[in-house]
Design a binder for this molecule. Structure first.
Ligand code: AQP
Length: 344
């Protein structure tokens, strides 16, 4: 034991992040952003546009810059309130990178080697992947724990990274004998559509960086583009099942019905009670209408906000200052715990 005591971690602080790596997709929206909004009623929320994560794969500077503003506009258009909560881009607060270095020294190579996202993103040629991509989960743990946040709303794909963040927190607390200093993180995997799949392949996650634009619905798509992508989405020749058991070996049918359920605020069972037995032709029209009705107001508001980039930047800068005010004392405590000679 160090013999010193530190203030208890806050118990109701939410943190989540999103990468500015392209146009946001319906997957990002249903799996994450939509669930972030109601949490603002109950918790103190920090929502971060994770540009440091984005550069683990090469990003054109101009595209990264534009995507950062676009993600900020999308989050505000979806209902994130930057005046009552904190919205900022990650590089505005260097405390994330400092804590990530400490966590690089805590996390074990074996833990990181098991991360499926690294394996997927690095592909076959791991030798050429950036070191940043390998230690990505350590930075993600630092994003959350720089604020000692304990609730993290994410899509299903991020669950493994949060388990690793908990292993880092445990090892830190144990090795430096500060029980409970970093809190246990509770992954909040919410809603019907926790893993939205590609429109071209129901076994692959819908992703911003998929080379095929037809694989995803972007929050920037027009009504016509949405309708066309849904019309061309891969399906099979059978009518829709009437019960979820009928989705076996039909990943595309499962995906489209799950999207429909999420967009119309129904359970998958209720959606099937409504559309089960229909052919894909009719169902796709219904799905396109639901998607356009849900997404058009968001796209419109995003475009309105994007007309004033200086205002978006000012919002992010303010958020960065508020975030840093919360993380600064945590980093000072961590330096103290580690035994560094420091000035606070
Ligand atoms: N297809 C998805 N279904 C449900 N949730 C999803 N999320 C992403 N894709 C889906 C959730 O969105 C949040 C932000 O994700 P991210 O931008 O940090 O990175 P990601 O998970 O790697 O998302 P992408 O779209 O696949 O980005 P790229 O292509 O750049 O790697 C997370 O909570 C994630 O779970």
């Amino acid at each position: 034991m160090t013999g010193k005591s530190y203030p208890a971690a806050p118990t109701a602080r939410v943190f989540s992040g999103i990468q500015p790596t392209g146009h946001l997709t319906l997957g990002n929206y249903l799996g994450a952003i939509r669930n972030w909004v109601p949490l603002q009623r109950e918790f103190e929320c920090l929502y971060c546009i994770v540009d440091l994560h984005a550069i683990t794969m090469f990003q054109e500077p101009a595209a990264l810059h534009a995507a950062t503003r676009q993600v900020a506009a999308a989050l505000i258009a979806c209902g994130i309130d930057p005046t009552r909560h904190i919205l900022f881009n990650q590089s505005l607060n260097p405390d994330h990178a400092e804590l990530a270095w400490y966590f690089n020294c805590v996390a074990r190579m074996g833990w990181l080697s098991r991360m499926t996202q690294f394996k997927e993103k690095a592909g076959k040629d791991r030798e050429r992947a950036s070191a940043g991509l390998f230690v990505y989960p350590n930075l993600m743990a630092a994003d959350i724990l720089a604020y000692r946040a304990n609730r993290v709303p994410v899509g299903e794909d991020q669950k493994q990274h949060l388990e690793l963040a908990n292993s880092i927190a445990d090892k830190f607390n144990h090795d430096w004998e500060v029980p409970g200093y970093f809190p246990e993180i509770d992954p909040l995997i919410l809603g019907e559509a926790t893993r939205v799949m590609s429109l071209r392949d129901g076994t692959k996650k819908m992703s911003k960086s998929d080379p095929s634009d037809m694989s995803r619905i972007n929050l920037t798509d027009t009504a016509d583009q949405i309708a066309q992508k849904i019309r061309k989405a891969k399906t099979d020749p059978e009518p829709l099942p009437t019960e979820a058991a009928g989705f076996e070996n039909r990943p595309e049918a499962r995906n489209l019905v799950t999207i429909y359920a999420a967009l119309t605020d129904k359970s998958v069972a209720d959606a099937l009670a409504e559309v089960g037995g229909q052919g894909f032709g009719d169902f796709k029209k219904q799905l396109a209408d639901a998607a356009v009705a849900h997404l058009s107001p968001i796209t419109e508001e995003m475009n309105r906000l994007l007309a004033d980039p200086a205002e978006i930047d000012a919002t992010l800068f303010k958020g960065g200052e508020k975030a840093r005010a919360l993380s600064r004392p945590v980093l000072a405590q961590v330096r103290d715990i580690l035994g560094f000679v420091h000035s606070g």
